[in-house]
Design a protein around this ligand. Structure first.
Ligand code: PMH
Length: 383
């Protein structure tokens, strides 16, 4: 059921774009390589449930999240696909994970000791061993640590080692040196698993960048995040994408007030902007309370087909822009995405550049006060 909204600012999520990006990767990868759709942080701000269902329908077989809460929310919404929590989960919460068939990430021997105590005797716990091959975040870093974890897993028949994985820190960069080092280290750890005679079903190392660049090196699964949403994993990759990516996220609003101001009149907090002459000023109902930060004061918006500068400080719920002429209330405003005619547009990457950050951060920063509306086959659909 679609929830009704009473505001004029919303994000449009093009599910067909997500679907196309998954299908493109599917045909780019060897047939045996599965796709884990990474839908943490509410599907990178696109909506975890909708992104998950769309990706699964397009050929993904696994879902990846960061938190147990995120996995449980998907289960509550009826998602039955395998889900891996890629972050650390408290040992005392393993029974909840087991009950909902949610796979967890393991890399600490003492974690397994504690988990044992919390796992009811009738439940199995599915685990993916995380190897830190150079990201320096979580994972076993030495063969000794790996041995300890593996011995502990082997000693308890309730622990099932389902997968093993690592994460690259520079896969999107042109220089392959560090990627190659991590890849070699991962292989070294995999051979150590052979020595223990354990063969996890799923071996995965690649994020979007690695999957796009090294499709043939991805063992039997990849974790597909940013590119699934149509965004490039990094600047170095833009010219080398093996297939075009379709951006799924747009941010839309409407003009809610228009006025003619005289020369020398001030706009917004701090009275930092004074009109240079007679100016048409429009008010747009979005602000930093929606996750549109004050630092975006220099980013332009599209009002109808016109590029308009923001004038004065961005407020919590509203911002003002200078219009080329009087426009009607309700005129469409595009903050991210294509203008109504499609002849102009503002990409997620443009906003990222303005904020000196990466595209990943942009849809994530638009917070839950901004409703997500889903579109498929050009039509609007229920949530
Ligand atoms: N696997 C893990 C363990 C991750 O942390 C991420 C993204 C992905 C896969 C997907 O990567 P991609 O979006 O580049 O395809 N994690 C993060 C992060 O922690 N900060 O930015 C992206």
């Amino acid at each position: 059921m679609e929830r009704k909204y009473y505001r004029d600012t919303w994000a449009e999520i093009n599910l067909d774009a997500i679907s196309a990006n998954v299908r493109s990767l599917r045909s780019h990868l060897p047939g045996k390589t599965e796709i884990m759709a990474v839908v943490k942080a509410d599907g990178y701000g696109h909506g975890a449930y909708q992104a998950a269902v769309t990706a699964l329908n397009a050929g993904a077989t696994w879902l990846g999240v960061a938190l147990l809460d995120e996995a449980l929310e998907l289960r509550e919404q009826g998602v039955q696909a395998p889900i891996l929590v890629m972050g650390w989960v408290r040992p005392k919460d393993v029974a909840v994970a087991a009950e909902h068939h949610i796979s967890l990430t393991v890399f600490q021997e003492e974690w397994l000791d504690q988990a044992q105590a919390y796992l009811p005797s009738y439940q199995m716990l599915f685990l993916h061993l995380k190897v830190d091959t150079g990201m320096g975040r979580i994972g076993v870093r030495t063969v000794g640590e790996l041995d300890g974890v593996i011995e502990k897993i082997k000693s308890d028949r309730q622990f099932i080692l389902e997968g093993v994985f690592t994460h690259f820190s520079t896969a999107d960069e042109d220089d392959p040196t560090y990627f190659n080092l991590q890849y070699r280290t991962f292989n070294h750890f995999l051979s150590q698993l052979q020595n223990h005679k354990v063969n996890p079903n799923i071996v995965h190392c690649g994020n979007s960048a690695a999957a796009l660049k090294h499709a043939d090196k991805m063992f039997n699964a990849v974790r597909y995040g940013i590119a699934m949403y149509g965004l490039s994993p990094g600047k170095d990759m833009n010219a080398h994408l093996p297939f075009p990516l379709e951006e799924a996220f747009s941010l839309k609003s409407q003009i809610i007030h228009v006025k003619k101001m005289n020369r020398g009149e001030a706009i917004s907090y701090g009275a930092t902007y004074y009109t240079n002459g007679e100016e048409w000023i429009g008010t747009v109902p979005i602000g930093y309370g929606d996750g549109w930060p004050r630092r975006l004061q220099d980013a332009e918006l599209l009002v109808g087909e016109h590029r308009c500068p923001v004038v004065g400080r961005i407020c919590m719920d509203q911002l003002m822009c200078r219009l080329p002429e009087a426009v009607p209330i309700g005129t469409p405003v595009t903050l991210i995405g294509s203008s109504p005619s499609g002849s102009d547009g503002i990409a997620v990457g443009d906003i990222a550049e303005e904020l000196e950050t990466i595209p990943y951060e942009i849809p994530c920063m638009i917070n839950a006060r901004v409703p997500r509306l889903y579109f498929k086959n050009k039509g609007h659909m229920d949530e």
